[in-house]
Design a protein around this ligand. Structure first.
Ligand SMILES: [Zn+2]
Length: 146
């Protein structure tokens, strides 16, 4: 099983539908073909995806789980990020700041992203519009403390 196959096997049909609508485009062409095959195997045609999203029963759920306001999945990812409010520099600036900081002097905040549809629930550093690659770079340079 490929990584993406494994990842998507944990999604129910509704989650997969949102994933197809909002996240598919963010993958490289090769991966997109892979994902399309998985969608095909699970019977998620374009019209079925549309239908699943329109009739998502989770929107009526009233439990205490933290859910994504867009797709209502509880597959939410929380990352601790250095909280910087600098208006210039963007993600790269943050990465460099973090790289230079030695021991936890930078305040941390939770960055909360939906794992299914990519919706940002919390974006302490206003990173959302930035390119994925700079986020990756900032992760790479950032030592996470858990
Ligand atoms: Zn979502």
């Amino acid at each position: 099983m490929s990584k993406i196959e494994e990842y998507l096997s944990e999604f129910d049909d509704y989650e997969l539908a949102y994933f197809a609508k909002y996240k598919l485009d963010t993958y490289l062409k090769n991966s997109q073909e892979n994902i399309n095959q998985i969608l095909f195997k699970r019977g998620l045609t374009k019209s079925r995806i549309k239908n699943l999203i329109e009739n998502n029963p989770k929107s009526k759920l009233d439990d205490n789980k933290e859910r994504c306001p867009r797709c209502y999945s509880d597959k939410i990812r929380k990352d601790k990020v250095e909280y910087t409010n600098e208006s210039n520099g963007g993600s790269l600036g943050i990465a460099i700041t973090a790289y230079n900081a030695t021991n936890g002097k930078v305040p941390y905040k939770n960055e909360v992203i939906c794992n299914v549809c990519g919706f940002w629930l919390k974006d302490p550093n206003n990173e959302k519009p930035k390119m994925f690659i700079t986020r990756f770079l900032s992760r790479f340079l950032t030592k996470k403390e858990d």
